[in-house]
Each structure stands twice: as C-alpha cells, then as structure tokens.
Design a protein around this ligand. Structure first.
Ligand SMILES: [Zn+2]
Length: 293
C-alpha cells in the first residue's frame, strides 16, 4: 500500500515536472554539452577569445536567470574544506600561491597567472596515495551547486593542463568552482551537489601536474561573475581559513539529479533549494566572512 501511494505521489510529481519543463534542463537540451564544448574550444583555440567570451556570458546569463542567487550574503554558510580530513595547513605557500597577472579564461595562450590555490596531500612517492593516511583522498564539493562539466578522459599523452577536472556552479555564491588534476571523477554534468559530496580523488593528471617536479595536489579556482557575466578570479583564502573539515564524503544525490534535469524551475526550487536549505546536514557553520584578502 505504501508503495502504491508512493508511486502515485511520484507520478503526480513527474507529471508536474513534465507539464512545465525548464527549457535549460529539459530532455534534448544541450546546456551542459554547450559548456563542455566551450571549454574544449578554448583549449584547442578553435574559438577566438572574443567569441569564447560571448558564449560564456550567454551560458552564465542562462544559469543566473534560471538559478538566481537569492540567498543573502549573511545567510551563506562557510564552505567545506575541499579535501576530506585536511585543513589550511595543506594549502600551498600559506595562501601565497594565488596570483593574478594577466588572467584570461578565454585565451589559452595567456600564461603566467595562478588565480587558484593548490592543496596538497602527502605523497612523496607520487602514487596519489596519501602516505600518512594510506589511502586516496576524496575531493568534495565546498558548497551547494550543480556540476556544469567534467573531464574524465585525460591520458598521459594529453598535453592540456587541467587533466581530469570538475566545474561546479555555486548556488549560494553565484560563481564557478574549478577543481583540477583528479585521478578519478565520480560526478556527471547536471548532478546537484551539496557541501561534502564527493567529486573525485586527488591525482596527478594535467601536463604540469604529472611532472615529477610537481607534488600531488588539488588545483582549486573560484570565479565570481560581474554584472556582464565576465569571470573574475577571487582569492578565496579567507573562505578556506573558515572552512569546515569533514572526515568522510557523501555521495551526490542521483535522484535529485534526474529530477533536476527534467523539472521546471518552480518545481526544482521546491525540491532542491527548499529541501536542501531546510534540512541542512551540516549546520554548525559560522557566518561567512567576506573580508578581502
Ligand atoms: Zn595550481
């Protein structure tokens, strides 16, 4: 009987979702493919930087329209530390690894910036196993968001820098997180992630990250978006200082993922935002300090 009731409820919800499909995530929509294609086109320099920027702005405008950042800054929780069982001590150069000279996300030939923090594991023999913990180290989502793109096919013969990576659009902060050099990626584009959900494991993929001179780490970048949806790298070291360390990762909720892709915005708000924000698993955060570094 319970099963029957549940299936009736589920079909009502499914109908409701089908009745007003969010054009961004409906069946046959290529939203996530579009973002991945843009990343590849930038990497292979198939698009001019101007064209790539226009496409990026268009994609971000769609995301913002469909997922407006409606959470006041004062109610934004602190982030979860991106590596399980780790903390600020693992961040390279005491946070001085972040520097922006001539950052241009859309021009692959522009070098010389590191608008990111590298977060290291203890891996002298470079096999990606942390030798103090004797295991691979999980990379987790720092906040609530949706996985925009992943790369899983990097191989030793690939020349590009990011290796295997994950891009997440952050619902709370309205910007983009870029996690790079994974040995393994476990999420898919469209997955809804919560703080502490596993994205993958720390690895050495990427042209520079695979070199013996490089210690095993996660490369983590956060891009805020300005009024024109242009990406602006942010030094988020103060967020890392206030981040909460977790001892075990969660799995991204695949049911939410399916509904998210098929559902209408109103429906999604009901099942994702309201559900997530009213039943937070991780509540013991201090308010986020937005101080500038
Ligand atoms: Zn890096």
């Amino acid at each position: 009987m319970t099963k029957l009731i549940l299936s009736v409820i589920f079909s009502v919800f499914t109908l409701k979702a089908d009745a007003s499909i969010n054009p961004l995530f409906g069946p046959g929509n290529d939203f996530f493919e579009r973002y991945k294609e843009l990343l590849v086109d930038i990497r292979t320099q198939r698009l001019t930087p101007e064209a790539a920027k226009a496409e990026f702005q268009d994609i971000m405008r769609l995301l913002r329209e469909n997922y407006p950042n409606h959470i006041p800054e004062t109610e934004i929780d602190n982030i979860v530390f991106p590596l399980v069982g780790s903390n600020l001590n693992a961040v390279g150069g005491y946070g001085r690894g972040f520097y922006v000279r001539n950052f241009n996300l859309f021009d692959y030939s522009v070098n010389g910036s590191h608008p990111a923090h590298d977060i290291f594991i203890y891996d002298p023999n470079q096999d990606c196993i942390d030798d103090r913990k004797n295991e691979f180290i999980d990379i987790v989502s720092v906040g609530h968001g949706v996985v925009l793109a992943t790369e899983k096919a990097w191989s030793d013969t690939s020349s590009y820098r990011g290796g295997n990576y994950v891009w997440v659009y952050d619902f709370e902060r309205g910007g983009l997180w870029y996690y790079a050099h994974h040995r393994k990626v476990v999420v898919e584009p469209g997955d809804i992630v919560k703080p502490g959900d596993k994205l993958g494991e720390v690895g050495r993929t990427g042209f520079n990250a695979k070199q013996p001179r490089s210690d095993t780490h996660l490369h983590l970048m956060y891009l805020a978006l300005d009024e024109e949806f242009t990406p602006v790298p942010k030094n988020f070291y103060s967020w890392l200082q206030n981040a909460k360390t977790i001892s075990k990762s969660n799995s991204a909720d695949q049911d939410e993922f399916r509904i998210f892709k098929a559902g209408s915005y109103e429906f999604l708000k009901a099942i994702t935002f309201d559900k997530i924000y009213s039943s937070r698993k991780i509540k013991a955060f201090k308010p986020l300090k937005m101080k500038k570094v």
